[in-house]
Design a protein. Structure first.
Lengths: 226, 419
């Protein structure tokens, strides 16, 4: 069932070199299947965020192999990796990172326009669909900085979904949200995973959040311990 | 590539900080305005000052210098052929000012394709008699039509008609200052005495003002025939042949060629007026350096504003990169921003520069020595506008280059993790 594996990490190792070499990731191997809702959890400094940035192709300084959709990421140029992120990965960060100069709709459309496979009208329609799914379509024409924190995070999720990515990667997606908004965001992820077979990989230290995902990967000292 | 998207992002980043953008653009506008106005004015002034002399100077002048013959008889004597002969007090006795065979030379010059015009001239030294006082002066015998065509002679006539010296026998056009000294008006008669003590009465048909006071005090013009008559020479007597060329740069070379072919002296304009060339070059150099300095200052302004923009928009750049924009895309966005500031500011600058030079062109500038000039001179050469545009684009590109490169190298991981 190899086709179903969306993301595979093969003996990934990484050292920080400043000021002395410190190993942060020690021989990490994991794979994520299609439709899985996986969380990586662990204490602060265990290397979970570092791992996420390697898995997301943004950090290329590592040993071992990373496969996304069965293709090796090693040896690709910065431009090719940007293309991979654009087409295959959706991002949700702790902070929303919306561009305040653009409207909500334009923010969601940007990665779609960058991908440039669909005409602008269709990208707009898709963006509206995503906003509708997340129940924030009424905000479409507002500027990003006029939104509340919870709304911003939902817009960020809609942006992550625009290009139908094979995997959504999240770094503490509820870290900045209150309880109620956290629950809403969690509900959205759960629904995406279960109803739409959307693969999701979340890095969080929120035990409550992690507990309710399909699979929990616990890390300690740069190793997977369970 | 997604050029339209890049332009869209650049535009919204620009408009988001439109006040800063405007300040940067005004910097460029100001420098281009000054650049255009300064160069137009300086060049206008240069052209005027150069024209004062150069327009009236032949590119190549053929004449005979009065000097001792270099072929002295003793050198041809067989006995003294191998010795070094010293000759004291050699006189230039047999040497003449007249150009031999001038008619044939002029025909040959007319046939030369590098020549645009040929004007013959006779120089005569005379005294103008004012009661008991004699005022020294010169009469230039000219072909008035050729002289007007080639050297704008008619432009300097302030009173009377230049063609009258051809049509009225024994007529003369006096320098304005000379006329004032002699207290004569158009229609009056002046008496001149030649160096051979011959006396003539000449009718004043006009005055000219060259812009050079010293010249106007001694100079006067008459037709070739009149001058030949005053000097008592035949009608093929010519002392100078003035030649205008298609390309003034060729003058030194052609002068050498003519000197050899026609066995006369030949002086080119560059040798005769070297100091004017130097002056023009230095003035242009100053204008260009001031203009470029202004542009460089504006460039630093753009550099600063882009750098600030990059610090402010670090998050946006990071997320753009995270969601699939490559470093090259980010680089292009900032280059587009820089270039649009340059282009927008530059275009406005061209407009304002034109307006400013047009305003300078309206300021009255009356000087007794320049009868044809009424306002400050401006040169509206399109070349300045072209150079201004290119400079504004090049400086803003250079100013944007480093910040754009910095933006393209931002590591999204550091920004995102830093929160």
């Amino acid at each position: 069932m190899n086709e179903l594996i969306v993301l595979k990490a093969d003996h990934i190792m990484k050292n920080f070199h400043d000021p002395v070499s410190v190993p942060v990731l020690k021989d990490i191997s994991l794979s994520v299947r299609k439709g899985e809702f996986v969380s990586i959890t662990g204490k602060s400094g265990c290397g979970k965020s570092t791992l996420l940035y390697i898995l997301s192709t943004m950090d290329t300084d590592y040993a071992g192999d990373l496969l996304i959709g069965n293709e090796k990421m090693r040896g690709r140029t910065e431009k090719q990796l940007a293309r991979v992120r654009n087409a295959m990965i959706g991002f949700v960060f702790q902070f929303h990172y919306l561009l305040s100069e653009f409207t909500v709709l334009e923010n969601v459309m940007l990665p779609g326009l960058k991908l440039n496979t669909l005409p602008e009208e269709q990208v707009r329609k898709r963006a509206m669909d995503r906003l509708q799914t997340l129940d924030i379509h009424s905000l479409a024409n507002k500027k990003a900085n006029q939104l509340s924190g919870g709304e911003k995070q939902r817009v960020a999720i809609a942006r992550a979904l625009i290009n139908d990515p094979s995997i959504i990667m999240c770094d503490e997606p509820t870290g900045n949200l209150d309880k109620a908004n956290s629950l809403i965001v969690f509900g959205i992820f759960k629904e995406l995973a279960e109803k739409h077979e959307q693969t999701i990989l979340v890095v969080t230290h929120d035990q409550e959040f992690a507990k309710n995902t399909h699979r929990v990967i616990v890390m300690e000292d740069g190793k997977i311990i369970g | 590539m997604n050029i339209r998207l890049i332009f869209r992002i650049a535009k919204s980043l620009l408009l988001a900080r439109w006040k800063q953008t405007l300040v940067a653009a005004i910097g460029v506008t100001f420098s281009i305005t000054m650049f255009i106005a300064l160069l137009s004015f300086m060049t206008g002034l240069n052209d005027l000052l150069d024209g004062l002399i150069l327009n009236r100077t032949a590119h190549v002048r053929l004449f005979n210098e009065i000097r001792p013959n270099i072929h002295q008889p003793i050198n041809s004597t067989p006995e003294f052929k191998d010795s070094y002969n010293f000759i004291r007090s050699v006189k230039s006795g047999s040497s003449r000012q007249e150009i031999y065979n001038s008619g044939a030379i002029m025909q040959a010059l007319h046939r030369d394709s590098r020549v645009t015009g040929v004007a013959p001239k006779i120089m005569a030294q005379v005294f103008f008699n004012d009661g008991s006082i004699d005022i020294t002066g010169t009469i230039s015998g000219i072909d008035v039509e050729e002289e007007s065509d080639l050297f704008h002679f008619s432009e300097y006539i302030v009173d009377g008609s230049p063609l009258d010296i051809r049509d009225v026998t024994s007529s003369i056009i006096l320098g304005k200052a000379l006329g004032e000294k002699l207290i004569v008006n158009v229609g009056d008669v002046v008496r001149v005495t030649t160096v051979n003590q011959q006396q003539f009465s000449l009718k004043v048909v006009g005055f000219f003002q060259s812009g050079i006071q010293e010249l106007d005090k001694v100079q006067s013009y008459a037709s070739l025939t009149t001058t030949q008559k005053i000097l008592g020479k035949s009608n093929n007597y010519i002392t100078d042949i003035q030649v205008k060329l298609t390309d003034v740069e060729l003058a030194p070379e052609i002068a050498r060629e003519y000197a050899k072919t026609f066995q006369t002296e030949a002086e080119d304009i560059q040798t005769a007026n070297a100091q004017f060339e130097t002056g023009s070059v230095v003035r242009s150099l100053i204008s260009y350096s001031v203009g470029i300095t202004l542009l460089i200052v504006a460039g630093f302004g753009i550099f600063n504003i882009l750098n600030m923009m990059i610090y402010e928009k670090m998050d946006s750049i990071a997320i753009l990169k995270a969601t699939g924009f490559s470093g090259q895309d980010v680089n292009r966005i900032f280059i587009v921003i820089a270039l649009s500031i340059g282009l927008f500011g530059g275009m406005l600058g061209l407009g304002f520069g034109f307006m400013l030079s047009y305003m300078i062109d309206q300021i009255p500038f009356n000087t007794a020595s320049l009868p044809t000039i009424k306002t400050y001179p401006i040169n509206y050469a399109p070349a300045f506008y072209f150079i201004g545009t290119s400079f504004s684009i090049v400086t803003t590109y250079l100013a944007g280059w480093a910040p754009a490169r910095k933006a393209s190298r931002i590591d999204p991981v550091i920004i995102i993790r830093g929160k």
